[in-house]
Design a binder for this molecule. Structure first.
Ligand code: KG4
Ligand code: ZN
Length: 528
């Protein structure tokens, strides 16, 4: 895929015979049962057919074929070259075709779309098509097709047209050559995204306008319930999500001052997380998307944490390096694009947040452990030297540090010494910061990026925010409210996936163990 920020000139024009070779290459790439060169050439000479190509620097990168059948414009074929997918070329071809059909007073535009192809169905819905029926076993392999329709609002013209305008007029009118800049994924729009997050112990619903305007971000934290048990109890989390979710969603709608019908996109955290907790959010959100007949998308929780940074800082754009530190994750991520991630370092055992929580538990500081350790560390001095883990390259390890702190506490207790809790907190925290700094510095140098972002619940830590700065590199971190789990970050990630043409089917499931950058199936990826 082209870099998200690239702006290239796309020319949309009528296809000519010389284009057939390039069109055929794309056709063969895109379809299991491609049209032959002869068939493509024959389409070119047919009356009533619109055959347009998208061209970049003289290279044909996409095409569309549509036919006028009794004033209904049927899109027969549309495809985009593999390397140019995800930048809006297909949408541009369809939109130009729709404009053409409307100005030529067609009844509407229609096409068939594989039922399994969620991304394509979502894309057409985004362009105003309705899903108005099913053609059984339409494809050679037996798969059904959705019949998608975009009807124009010109009812009374209809009868006149059926008997009047037709093929010749369309052919004569010819397709106007159009020049366009590629869709810029960074552009802000008024798209309204509703997102739900229930992966752990926060029930959250957010409403986002465009890429970063948070209209509502309601978070119901179950921490007080789980505190009693010293950590999150999965069954209790699921039950609480279930009890709260409908109210939280209603409340977000009210806070945002919108109607359900204003929503364009519905998103949810699909994983990773506690399976029962995820299931509540996924099931609820799928039902909401279905009942509202809106596009739907399932988001990776950690990609959400990364996207919180876009809400906080308008100038942060990929590529950049991100250190994701949460209760379940410690990852160094090369954020190559809004939808492209590569994990270049990770913890081999405990996550940083987990280490904070366990140390806090032994010190009797309660759950979650991060905030009290952060606070107490300010009152202490890092006088105790805990051993540093030696890890390969960009990987981390925190279980050794955690054990060293626990051993220190137990031996002191056995000796009957009074614990200096602020000093223990400061020493533990400094050891964490040193490990994070050391590996992140190598990653910054290796990637050569000039932007670095922190993400995840532990990014709320004041010492980590203060310490992770590198010469010549700008550091970003979200406000505390967007560091810990919330749905606004899920909406921000969903916004960019939707812009890039991703869409999820309504049969996706909660996926407790999915990996960053690998959560979408082929059927959910951009079709053009
Ligand atoms: O991202 P998050 O809300 O949930 C997960 O996805 O895991 O992160 C929760 C973690 C907990 O381990 C909590 O102790 C930690 O973030 N945390 C902190 C701070 N605030 C929250 N850790 C260190 N310092 C903090 N100020
Ligand atoms: Zn999280």
């Amino acid at each position: 895929m082209l870099d998200d920020k690239v702006n290239v000139k796309i020319v949309i024009r009528d296809a000519v015979l010389e284009d057939i070779e390039q069109i055929s290459t794309i056709e063969n790439q895109a379809f299991g049962d491609p049209w032959s060169d002869e068939l493509l050439a024959a389409e070119l000479s047919l009356g009533g057919t619109l055959f347009a190509v998208a061209e970049i620097n003289g290279l044909v990168v996409g095409y569309i074929i549509a036919q006028d059948l009794a004033s209904e414009f049927h899109i027969l074929n549309v495809a985009v070259m593999e390397d140019f997918k995800g930048i809006g070329i297909g949408s541009m071809l369809v939109e130009e075709t729709m404009k053409f059909a409307e100005t030529h007073r067609m009844i509407g535009v229609t096409l068939e779309c594989r039922v399994s192809n969620a991304a394509a169905v979502g894309l057409y819905q985004k362009m105003g098509f309705d899903n108005s029926g099913i053609r059984k076993a339409y494809y050679d392999d037996g798969e059904d097709a959705y019949i998608m329709w975009k009807r124009f609002n010109n009812g009374e013209e209809l009868e006149k047209r059926k008997s009047g305008y037709g093929i010749d007029e369309v052919r004569q009118a010819n397709f106007q050559t159009k020049e366009n800049e590629t869709m810029d994924n960074t552009k802000s729009s008024d798209k309204i995204t509703l997102a739900i997050e229930t992966s752990c112990d926060e029930t959250s619903c957010a409403i986002l306008r465009g890429s970063r305007e948070v209209l509502a971000n309601e978070v119901y934290s179950q921490i007080d319930v789980h505190k009693l048990y010293g950590g999150v109890v999965p069954e209790i989390a699921s039950r609480n999500h279930l009890m709260k979710i409908a109210d939280i969603v209603d409340s977000a709608i009210k806070t945002a001052g919108i109607e359900y019908d204003d929503i364009d996109l519905v998103a949810v955290t699909r994983g990773p997380g506690l399976v029962g907790a995820l299931l509540v959010g996924v099931t609820f959100t799928k039902a909401l998307a279905y009942s509202l007949n809106k596009r739907f998308i399932g988001i990776h929780h950690i990609e959400g944490h990364i996207a919180a940074n876009y809400i906080a800082s308008s100038e942060l754009k990929p590529p950049f390096l991100c250190l994701v530190v949460s209760g379940g994750h410690t990852h160094l991520v090369d954020v190559r694009g809004y939808t492209e991630f590569k994990v270049i370092g990770r913890t081999m055992d405990d996550a940083v947040g987990e280490a904070y929580d366990k140390v806090a538990r032994v010190l009797g500081l309660g759950y979650p452990g991060g905030p009290p350790i952060d606070r107490l560390a300010k009152e202490g001095t890092p006088s105790i030297k805990f051993p540093k883990a030696k890890m390969d390259d960009l990987d981390f390890s925190f279980s050794g540090l955690k054990t060293a702190v626990l051993n220190y506490i137990n031996s002191a207790k056995q000796r009957g010494e009074e614990l200096n809790i602020p000093d223990i907190c400061a020493s533990f925290q400094e050891a964490v910061v040193a490990a994070l700094y050391e590996k992140t510095k190598i990653a910054v140098e290796r990637t050569g990026y000039k932007q670095f972002a922190l993400a995840g619940g532990v990014a709320a830590n004041s010492r980590i925010r203060e310490a992770l700065h590198f010469e010549g590199v700008k550091s970003y971190y979200p406000p505390i409210s967007l560091c810990t789990d919330n749905a606004a970050m899920i909406a921000a990630a969903a916004y960019h996936y939707d812009e890039a043409g991703y869409s999820s089917p309504l049969d996706i499931n909660a996926s407790p163990t999915i990996k960053i950058g690998e959560s979408f199936s082929e059927a959910e990826k951009p079709v053009f």
